[in-house]
Design a protein around this ligand. Structure first.
Ligand code: UT7
Length: 318
């Protein structure tokens, strides 16, 4: 049975921070950031909360899908952190939009949107759902160390959402994990516990960029090979590859490996930086708005992230 995507939306902070602004307080330059990553600007929350961005994306997606809050059977939010550790971001969204269905968060790093699609597919397949709201939300500006030039320049804030209905768009889905927190993590503090010997740790994002880069290129290549072997598809059968927007060089690496033209590997990393699990749904929403995604097309979605996690999906667009 599975699903089809019947509406999408995005929520982005108003504030745009261009590379030049970063160079005002960091030892960095527009030239370094653009040449190493392709990023020219990112959105950073000034007044918006995580819930605000997620609700904006959700309301747009529901309006386009023509679905009311009372019709939702499940809300899934992929995030590494909403406005609270508890309650979940999904519960905050449910409250704001007036939905009462089961609502929960899922953390699979930057692959969270694909993990959410997988959980949603299981709900459709078991007959437990007719309409599901899936949101990828990240407020990375709260987690990066703004003094750490090799990390803070890379990330941005944003949310992307999709409303799923019953259908048969999903042609392939594969997820995986190489469980290891060391290359990419954000610790949680021990609080002010007087009975622990563990030292306090700064609650900021740590990343070994080169290690993650090597992991990303390796798993993306392996994911595509695996998907084509299992489905019989080839690069020529895919109309658009929506690759997690972490670094334009990673997207280019995969495209060059497959010998495909640039227009089949759309990017928006130059505008938003890495918005983690929001990057694929934001990109999808923009492509739909531009008319770049058309019925009958085949889309390949693939991502990698903290976990380390990875995954891919092939969707036949209805
Ligand atoms: O969603 C998944 C999360 N993360 C990723 O996908 C990130 C994957 N990794 C990457 O995208 C790249 O590894 C980075 C963009 C993070 C770094 O690019 P790189 O080409 O691997 O650079 P590097 O880390 O090897 O650093 C090269 C130099 C270093 O200086 P030295 O040691 O050569 O003197 C860095 O200190 O660039 C320096 N550097 C900077 N210089 C100016 C690092 N960050 C900056 C900066 N501005 N912002």
């Amino acid at each position: 049975m599975s699903f089809e995507i019947i509406g999408t939306g995005r929520g982005l902070p108003e504030q745009i921070i261009e590379n030049q602004r970063m160079a005002e307080f960091l030892d960095t330059s527009d030239e370094w950031i653009v040449s190493r990553t392709g990023i020219r600007s990112r959105r950073v929350c000034r007044t918006e909360t995580a819930t605000d961005l997620a609700v904006t994306a959700a309301e747009q997606a529901m309006k386009k899908a023509g679905v009311l809050p009372a019709e939702l059977d499940l809300i899934l939010c992929s995030t590494i952190g909403g406005d609270y550790v508890t309650p979940s971001l999904a519960c905050c969204v449910a409250g704001r939009i007036g939905a009462t269905c089961p609502s929960m968060d899922l953390n699979a790093g930057c692959v969270g949107f694909l993990y959410s699609l997988s959980m949603a597919a299981a709900h459709f397949d078991s007959g437990r759902a007719e309409k599901i709201l899936v949101i990828g939300l990240e407020r990375m500006s709260s987690w990066v160390d703004w003094n750490h030039r090799s990390i803070c320049v890379l990330f941005g804030d944003g949310a992307g959402a999709a409303v799923l209905g019953k259908g048969d768009s999903l042609r392939y889905l594969h997820l995986g994990t190489e469980g290891d927190p060391t290359p990419l993590n954000r610790p949680i503090s021990i609080g002010n516990n007087p009975f622990t010997d563990r030292p306090p740790v700064p609650e900021v994002l740590h990343m070994d960029g080169r290690r993650v880069f090597k992991f990303a290129t390796r798993v993306l290549e392996a994911e595509i090979t695996r998907a084509f072997k299992q489905t019989g598809f080839s690069s020529e059968d895919i109309d658009l590859f929506l690759i997690h927007q972490a670094n334009g060089r990673i997207v280019d690496y995969v495209r060059e490996k497959l010998g495909q033209p640039e227009e089949k590997f759309p990017k928006n990393v130059m505008r938003y930086g890495n918005t983690s699990s929001a990057s694929i749904p934001i990109l999808l929403d923009e492509l739909l708005e531009e008319g770049a995604v058309k019925p009958g097309q085949t889309l390949f979605l693939s991502a990698f992230g903290a976990g380390l996690t990875y995954g891919s999906a092939i969707l036949n667009w209805k």
